[in-house]
Design a binder for this molecule. Structure first.
Ligand SMILES: [Zn+2]
Length: 493
């Protein structure tokens, strides 16, 4: 018998964790965090506690209690010995958004993770430019005998284990024991997203992942729906994030609207967009080209473009970090030596001011800093994330500057506060007048109601389970056999 247990991602936007059992095969489809669930208990400064992280996460019902699934260094604190035989044969990732993958670092390193090359590179970007452990697990809380024979605490890279990452190719079927998996690319607001059709002993299951028809890869979504239609699906897990909304602009509209605004801008054009959405970066890149400006990206984006350019299978999909229309912004390092008198310290010290992954960019021919931007402000579209607003203090935008915000609009109090804060920065620098609205130009990664109806109709699945939504009433309106599942609930095929 084939069954799916929903440990998240139902009656909620995000937090997808679907446990699929088929004969002796057990798969986890996505292992994401739910912002709403975690937000009930935890905040930035109130977290699951280090070695007790699993205890805390189990107590609050945020992670399913499954033996042999979690990293040994954490598992032993919850009464598991950590080495138990695991029933999990693999984790299948639709994409590298945190509401689908954020809990991967909790997994034991020998559990295979199946994902696209793009998802792997994005997770590598998280690891290398931050402190995450998506691709490599760094064993914590270990003791060892040091040279003097004393017991010491092992830290960091000394005990690092690479995870078993298995990248799949689009449209190329593969098997995980008794389950045949078809990974089908779909259009969404991050690169490398795949929907799945699982062929199990008792029938076939589709999972839409997150999708839309209004981005740069609309044809992919069309093909996925077509493929579902041919596959005689018994069950479709269908997303519905924006099922209650109608009509969407397209990613191409973003591109032209940005271009129009930049054309009307006399000074520096400043923009904010999701840092890992390379399709959005493309919109700004094209707008920059068409307005004879350079797109100035930060080091994290440069690093991501570098990873995509160096990988054989993603090469050429996005601009290289040394593209002639791109400049890389060298922010001030921790000691701020960038513009200090170089007679007082060695070149080596300047490099030491940056993290290892940042250092190579200092030598790039297209590296620039705030002084270059100050000299000719209307030469650039400057990417400024909400987390690097301090760079404006160095740049000091001249009169005639503009700000284009290409991020999702706030939908809760916390986000509204954040937006007010960002606004204050731009008012402070005279980019925005008080009570004036900035240019908000964004399209969502999710299809609207009409688009989701198209997926439901085209897939022609016998049964439908709404996922990634708080509005299953629309699915019910559009399909005669909708099963709504509760958190931790199971459905048999
Ligand atoms: Zn997503």
């Amino acid at each position: 018998m084939t069954s799916i247990t929903f440990h998240g991602g139902v009656n909620d936007i995000g937090g997808n964790k679907f446990l699929v059992k088929d004969k002796d095969t057990t798969l986890l489809m996505d292992f994401g965090m739910s912002f709403s669930e975690e937000g009930q208990f935890f905040t930035q400064f109130l977290n699951a506690r280090g070695s007790n992280a699993l205890t805390d996460m189990f107590e609050m019902g945020l992670l399913p209690k499954i033996k042999g699934m979690y990293r040994r260094d954490y598992a032993k604190h919850v009464g598991f010995d950590g080495n138990e035989e695991t029933e999990i044969d693999g984790v299948l990732l639709t994409h590298a958004h945190v509401d689908h993958c954020a809990y991967v670092p909790y997994l034991r390193e020998d559990i295979p993770i199946y994902c696209s090359e793009e998802s792997k590179l994005i997770m590598q970007n998280f690891d290398d430019t931050g402190n995450d452990e998506y691709l490599t697990q760094k064993e914590k809380f270990q003791f060892y005998k040091n040279k003097k024979g004393e017991v010491s605490r092992a830290t960091g890279d000394k005990v690092a284990y690479p995870r078993k990452i298995k990248t799949f190719e689009s449209n190329k079927e593969f098997s995980i024991d008794s389950i045949r998996v078809e990974p089908l690319p779909v259009d969404h607001s991050i690169s490398g997203v795949h929907a799945f059709i699982l062929h199990t002993t008792d029938g076939s299951i589709g999972n839409t992942a997150d999708l839309r028809f209004h981005g740069r890869r609309k044809d992919d979504t069309e093909k996925f729906v077509e493929r579902c239609g041919e596959s005689d699906l018994d069950l479709l897990l269908c997303e519905g994030t924006r099922v209650d909304k109608d009509s969407s602009l397209t990613e191409y509209d973003v591109e032209t609207k940005v271009e129009d605004i930049v054309n009307d801008t006399k000074g520096l054009a400043i923009c904010g967009y999701p840092i890992r959405d390379l399709d959005r970066l493309m919109s700004f890149f094209i707008a920059a080209k068409n307005t004879n400006r350079y797109l100035v990206i930060d080091m994290k984006q440069a690093y991501l473009l570098k990873l995509f350019t160096e990988s054989e299978s993603t090469k050429g999909k996005y601009p290289s970090p040394v593209d002639k229309n791109i400049k890389i912004y060298i922010q001030r390092g921790s000691w701020g030596l960038l513009d200090k008198n170089k007679d007082k310290f060695s070149e080596k010290q300047l490099y030491a001011d940056y993290a290892t992954w940042q250092r190579p960019f200092l030598d790039y021919p297209n590296a620039i800093d705030y002084r270059d931007i100050q000299k000719k402000q209307n030469d650039y579209i400057f990417f400024c994330s909400d987390f690097r607003l301090q760079d404006l203090i160095d740049i000091k935008p001249d009169e005639g500057a503009t700000y284009i915000r290409s991020l999702t609009e706030p939908f809760d109090f916390e986000m509204e506060h954040k937006v007010d804060q960002v606004k204050n920065w731009f008012i402070h620098f005279g980019v925005l007048k008080k009570d004036e609205n900035w240019h908000q130009i964004h399209v969502s990664g999710h299809g609207d109601g009409t688009q989701i109806k198209k997926v439901i109709d085209g897939s022609n699945s016998k049964k439908l389970i709404p996922i990634h939504t708080q509005h299953d009433e629309y699915h019910k309106k559009w399909h005669s056999n909708v099963v709504s599942v509760k958190q931790h609930g199971s459905v048999d095929l």
